[in-house]
Design a protein around this ligand. Structure first.
Ligand code: MG
Length: 299
């Protein structure tokens, strides 16, 4: 564990900063939900109310909670509605939605792509597939990257892959394609699937239009909500989550984040003074964040 990431619950500066926070952007997998995807479980995936109780407490206190995830739109809509929230950010920042019912508003982010990049009635997902981004990565890095089945379907903005990659190496492969794309590390997975690499844990990766990121989606969403950066916090466990620090006042990493090589590399590469860690892993760390916000704000 890097010693220079202070503990959220024991740092006066964090408690001060949390007093301004009115919206929390939360990652799901590896952060809010247990292994297997339940919120009704502790960090060890045993049945527990530890997370659910804090979801209810934050809802009662009026903190807006916005799930921000690599998952697709339909998965996010159902989960957001189920947990009593009102907006979500899907596909690693590509889709920003307010409202979970029949009435909703959405913004699709194409990153830095010029306005004429997409042919009419074409989604970014279709454009990325048209330049064979997944196939090119698989040909260049055999055994190290594959579709993350069965979640690679029903997507609109990004590819979802599973692999064990040096992100810079994968990015160099994408840079040869005739469409500006980014490779994003979205954290550790449990299963290697059919990958043959064993020199690092498997990770989820996204291929997105260049510039699309969770951090950029938060900036767009805060502007849409009329809130300032200081009024936002984020919590996560992956390298792309760590970048959310650039868009919020308070960035929290759950304890399991420090097992990810992307997170430790990101911490080393860019010193930031608004990143804190929780003592506990996964949902139990999320619950620690919630209790700390409630204590700091007296809500
Ligand atoms: Mg995650």
């Amino acid at each position: 564990m890097p010693p220079d990431v202070p503990l959220l619950t024991a740092d006066e500066r964090a408690l001060d900063a949390l007093q301004s926070v009115r919206v929390l952007y939360t990652d799901l997998d590896g952060t809010l939900v247990a292994k297997g995807g339940s919120v009704l479980a502790d960090a060890g995936a045993l049945p527990s109310l530890v997370v659910a109780e804090q979801i209810v407490a934050l809802n009662r206190a009026g903190l807006a909670v916005v799930p921000i995830s690599g998952r697709g739109r339909l998965q996010l809509r159902e989960l957001t509605q189920l947990l009593g929230w009102d907006g979500y950010i899907a596909e690693a920042g590509g889709i920003i939605v307010h409202g979970t019912g029949l009435e909703f508003e959405e913004r699709i982010d194409h990153g830095t792509w010029p306005a004429d990049t997409l042919a009419e009635d074409t989604t970014p997902f279709e454009a990325i597939n048209a330049v064979r981004a997944a196939e090119t990565l698989m040909e260049a890095l055999p055994g190290r990257i594959e579709h993350y089945a069965p979640w690679q379907f029903d997507r609109e903005v990004s590819l979802l892959l599973r692999g064990c990659l040096d992100v810079a190496e994968g990015q160099a492969v994408l840079d040869e394609l005739p469409l500006p794309l980014d490779l994003v590390d979205n954290g550790m997975l449990r299963s290697y699937g059919t990958l043959t690499c064993r020199d690092m844990p498997p990770h989820a990766y996204h291929v997105v239009p260049k510039g699309v990121s969770k951090a950029r989606a938060i900036e767009l969403d805060l502007a849409w909500r009329g809130l300032a950066r200081e009024q936002a916090a984020a919590i996560g466990d992956s390298a792309t989550d760590l970048q959310m620090a650039d868009a919020v006042g308070v960035m929290a990493l759950v304890a399991n984040a420090f097992g990810s090589n992307g997170v430790t590399a990101g911490l080393a590469a860019t010193p930031r003074d608004n990143v804190w860690r929780t003592q506990a892993e996964r949902g139990e760390g999320w619950a620690q964040f919630a209790r700390t916000w409630l204590a700091a704000t007296g809500a």
